[in-house]
Design a protein around this ligand. Structure first.
Ligand code: TYD
Length: 206
């Protein structure tokens, strides 16, 4: 049995991930593979409970607690959903993964980069996405798009300088993992972004 491919989508709030997740699973399935779509934090019953705590507006969590809960949810997700699917040959399309912890908890909230690297090695040293689509937008574009459509969650309530740091964190990860992570200019017209995503997925995964 050929192992499935593991694809993650990343980007700051308002970058366009959710929009592209609406068509991408069908685009891949049309080429004859099974896809499961999932998300982080979340993806399992325990993970979804942790997500509620993590995104709760009323709670101020210590940055360490936040990172540890993200990785606790992730450990469960890998064991119960991601690894079993990949082993059966199913592809996994995941809305955010460890790059988000580097971007938000380290670059954004100030936790040492090496701390997250240590947790990454512990929790999924062997497993990395085959491809990460990183939708890159400036904090202005991200903010303008999210405030137009919904009530912000705890992270979305942060200010512009937080999101400038989040973006720098993502770009640093992209520099450190140039083969896995593709930077897509998310400020372009949807159709242009979509064509870029299609060509990357076709050339990296098929
Ligand atoms: P998001 O993926 O934007 O979901 P939705 O579109 O339903 O709002 O929300 C998840 C939030 O969690 C987002 O603001 C980023 C944050 N997050 C982290 O801070 N660290 C992480 O490791 C992950 C996976 C997410």
């Amino acid at each position: 049995m050929t192992r499935g491919k593991f694809i993650t989508l990343e980007g700051m709030d308002g970058a366009g991930k959710s929009t592209h997740l609406e068509w991408l699973p069908a685009f891949i399935e049309a080429r004859g593979v099974k896809v499961v779509q999932t998300r982080e934090p979340g993806g399992t019953p325990v993970g979804e409970k942790l997500r509620e705590m993590l995104l709760d507006k009323s709670q101020g969590l210590h940055a360490d607690t936040e990172a540890l809960l993200m990785f606790a949810a992730r450990r469960e997700h890998i064991a119960k959903v991601i690894e079993p699917a990949l082993r059966r040959g199913t592809w996994v399309l995941c809305d955010r993964f460890t790059d988000a912890t580097f971007a938000y908890q380290s670059a954004g909230s100030g936790l040492a980069w090496e701390r997250i690297e240590a947790l990454e090695r512990w929790v999924h040293g062997e497993l990395q996405p085959d491809l990460t689509l990183y939708f890159d937008v400036s904090s202005e574009v991200g903010k303008a798009r999210t405030s137009a459509v919904r009530e912000p969650d705890r992270f979305e309530r942060e200010g512009r300088s937080f999101f400038d740091r989040v973006r720098e964190g993502y770009l640093r990860r992209a520099r450190e993992h140039p083969l896995r992570m593709c930077v897509i200019n998310g400020a372009q017209r949807l159709e242009v972004v979509r064509q870029h995503v299609e060509s990357i997925v076709l050339s990296h995964c098929f």
